[in-house]
Design a protein around this ligand. Structure first.
Ligand code: NAD
Length: 329
């Protein structure tokens, strides 16, 4: 099988090569997969893509015309894939549903704690010999109410950590995981109750038509004054303009984003020598109570190894025409 890997970084190459088997010949492209780069896939049986590769009708049609029969996503979310177009074209797709939920959950909590205890500011201050505590006041997580939206693998891993802090966890998910609820000890509630009672709201649901801008002007208005919002899921879950409005008013007391609506133009690349044109993103960076990381929640050695192993397994099962529970249907 000939595989074209798009959006390749050095760490993708090393983790995939460490897991690769002899029956797969891999070519790595640094380019993102878009309508401009889809022609690179000519002559390949399969393509391997990541979160910001474009898998719309046009790209999929070109892949099909170029002989591609299988798409492997080296991620869990598949909001960038036009599944109906894929089905119509007869291209099969698989993903890595749960490579390391703990990696993303731990990053979520790292963001929460950094915001709360101002670790980023303290780090810079102490390096300059400034040991003043002014402006570094935090709050105890113990006893606070954490609202988890989406209790899949990552939402539950985050819930477990928050329970370790002694927090009260309330959750919303249209598909409730009642067996885990007893083990971990959290409470399901409706979305409105979660939004109005949580001190910290953390997003862990997929991006799709029904969750697009789940957090918007109206839903953010209903939250507690000074609420902390953490999004390590997908940028499109949140209306960024509404975030800015409510940061300006003080309604949002703390905000951490590992994902951003327009991240495909920014993330995973070094733009430090250029002028960033996205004024909304730049405005977000000006707030003292906002932290942004560039989609690094997944980025642990353990997660990369598991992503590579599952990706190779997905390719092998496809090559052998075997049933694959990671297929996106
Ligand atoms: P999962 O499929 O295990 O869980 C998703 C949960 O969301 C499910 O329980 C589902 O029922 C629930 N859900 C669906 N619609 C909902 C809604 N409207 N409201 C509330 N809950 C809803 O997925 P996961 O592995 O936990 O991953 C969650 C998301 O995290 C992914 O979709 C992906 O976007 C994101 N993610 C981010 C990173 C990162 O590096 N930042 C890495 C991996 C995944």
């Amino acid at each position: 099988m000939k595989l074209a890997v798009f959006s390749t970084k050095s760490y993708d190459k090393s983790s995939l090569m460490a897991s690769a088997t002899n029956n797969i010949s891999i070519t790595f492209f640094e380019n993102r997969l878009t309508s401009l780069t889809a022609k690179l896939a000519a002559g390949f049986d399969a393509v391997c893509v990541f979160v910001n590769d474009e898998l719309n009708q046009d790209v999929l049609s070109e892949l099909k015309a170029n002989g591609v029969k299988f798409i492997v996503l080296r991620c869990a979310g598949f909001n960038n894939l036009d599944l109906e177009a894929c089905k119509a074209l007869g291209i099969q797709c698989a993903r890595v549903p749960a490579y390391s939920p703990e990696a993303v959950a731990e990053h979520t909590v790292a963001l929460m704690m950094t915001l709360n205890r101002h670790i980023h500011k303290a780090f810079n201050r102490t390096k300059e010999g400034n040991f003043s505590l002014a402006g570094l006041l935090g709050f105890n997580i113990h006893g606070k109410t954490i609202g988890i939206i989406g209790t899949g693998n990552i939402g539950l891993a985050t819930t477990k950590i928050m329970k370790g802090f002694g927090a009260n966890v309330i959750a919303f998910d249209p598909v409730q995981n009642t067996s885990k609820q007893q083990d971990i000890d959290f409470t399901y509630t409706d979305l409105d109750t979660l939004l109005t009672t949580a001190d910290i709201v953390s997003l862990h649901c997929p991006l799709n038509q029904s969750t697009h801008h789940l957090l918007n002007d109206k839903s953010i208005s209903s939250m507690k004054d000074g609420v902390m919002i953490i999004n390590t899921s997908r940028g499109g879950l949140v209306d960024t303009a509404s975030l800015i409005k409510h940061l300006k008013s003080g309604k949002i007391g703390h905000l951490a984003l590992d994902v951003y609506e327009q991240e495909s133009e920014l993330f995973f690349e070094d733009h430090s020598e250029s002028i960033i044109q996205d004024d909304i993103f730049q405005r977000l960076l000006t707030f003292p109570n906002v932290i942004i990381t560039g989609h690094q929640g997944f980025f642990t050695g353990e997660a990369l190894t598991q992503i590579a192993k599952t990706t190779i397994t997905n390719l092998t099962l496809f090559a052998e025409s075997k049933i694959n529970h990671n297929e996106i249907t």
